[in-house]
Unconditional design. Structure first.
Length: 411
């Protein structure tokens, strides 16, 4: 005879109460986790925003032609501060289209303004402008680069001096110290690059170096795309729950007047900066060799023109529009005639950009925009009557507009 031990059955009400207590405990743990994460996130987010009075006052500046942002990257090496690239972004108050983006080379030579409030009246006198043509013979002690400004007075001096130089207010700024890149990458366990896993320091070396034949603007855009990729990489690698810890580690390398929420919104607005089809204008000026070092001398009259025309109706000055002219009809001298016509109208046509097309069977003359924005090509098309206007954007193409002369050409 088998003996079975009697089991005492639990009452249904008691079982239900135990389940409710278990659910309550789970909910409490989850609630505490969310609260703790929220507090960590809040502290992390707050550390990103510069709340000094000068930074907070930037947004109070008048917004005549929209909202202006300054983005720049910093490298500290051998007790020196280097700024290779700066981007000025103008978001028009009357248009929802892409921002106007102007690249400012880090080796730009600038005067130092003593009174930021008086910007336009402090531009060089006519004598100073004339003397600037012989800049290589002048004392460079009266000129500064953006890096000099930063080293002397940090972000405040840099932002104020650039605002004075441009003659327009800067409403927001974002500073990225590139030394934070290795911290971010190593926290994620390395980053894949060409079938290798690179540590942060190795990736930074690649990030900072100039590739063969790379001009300053191309380098700056490459770095901007790399920064965007790093942001996406950091989020995908560990997810949103790791964001507070990540922010705590990278916050010492970011400086901005924007709150975390504003920074998220700006990241979306600045998407065109990461788009290779977006037209980015380099600050007008010329590169000069001074004592064996390259410096960029801005053309102040053209800079003033750009700033006065910020907004949706902005049009490039013709002397900034680069054009190539190709003979596609076979008539001898056709390309040279059109090139001279365009030069006389103020367009920039270099001799090396005048030649033959791939064949001589083009029926109609074509004006082709190599940029996603066809504004520059339209200006060229207005000079040559009866042309076919096309858009064929090519990344890093050496000119903005291509003109192919067809058989409809007549001397």
């Amino acid at each position: 005879m088998k003996l079975f031990k009697a089991r005492r059955r639990k009452k249904p009400g008691k079982v239900l109460r135990q389940k409710n207590r278990l659910i309550f405990l789970i909910m409490l743990v989850l609630f505490l986790a969310v609260v703790i994460l929220g507090m960590r996130s809040l502290r992390s987010f707050q550390t990103l925003q510069n709340t000094e009075s000068w930074a907070a006052s930037l947004r109070e500046n008048p917004q005549v032609n929209g909202t202006n942002y300054l983005i720049y990257g910093i490298v500290e090496a051998e007790e020196e501060t280097y700024i290779d690239e700066l981007f000025f972004l103008n978001f028009s108050s009357t248009s929802s289209t892409s921002p106007q983006i102007i690249f400012i080379p880090g080796n730009t030579l600038l005067h130092r303004f003593n009174d930021q409030a008086d910007t336009n009246d402090q531009r060089d006198t006519e004598e100073d402008i004339a003397a600037a043509e012989f800049l290589e013979e002048r004392d460079l002690a009266s000129y500064y680069t953006p890096g000099n400004f930063y080293q002397d007075g940090g972000a405040e001096m840099l932002v104020n001096q650039l605002s004075s130089f441009l003659g327009v207010p800067i409403h927001h700024f974002l500073e990225i110290q590139y030394e934070g890149i290795p911290v971010l990458i190593d926290d994620r366990g390395g980053i894949s690059y060409k079938n290798y896993t690179l540590k942060g320091a190795d990736y930074l070396d690649y990030f900072l170096q100039s590739e063969s034949g790379e001009d300053p603007l191309s380098r700056a855009l490459r770095r901007a795309n790399s920064v965007q990729s790093l942001v996406e990489f950091a989020i995908e690698k560990k997810g949103l729950w790791a964001t507070p810890g990540m922010l705590n580690k990278v916050s010492p390398y970011l400086n901005t007047d924007l709150s975390w929420k504003e920074l998220q919104e700006f990241y979306v607005l600045a998407e065109p900066l990461f788009n290779p089809d977006t037209f980015v204008l380099q600050l007008p000026g010329v590169l000069r060799d001074i004592n064996g070092e390259p410096f960029f001398e801005p053309d102040e009259s053209q800079v003033a023109f750009l700033m006065e025309n910020l907004g949706e109706d902005f049009a490039l000055p013709r002397d900034l529009i680069t054009v190539e002219v190709l003979n596609g009809c076979g008539t001898q001298g056709a390309a040279s005639i059109i090139a001279d016509t365009l030069r006389n109208e103020g367009f920039k046509v270099e001799d090396e950009n005048v030649g033959n097309a791939d064949h001589f069977d083009y029926e109609r003359t074509q004006v082709i925009s190599r940029l996603d924005d066809v504004g520059a090509a339209k200006q060229v098309a207005e000079v040559i009557s009866g042309v076919e206007l096309l858009k064929e954007p090519i990344l890093d193409y050496p000119v903005m507009v291509t003109v192919i002369i067809g058989k409809d050409f007549s001397l």
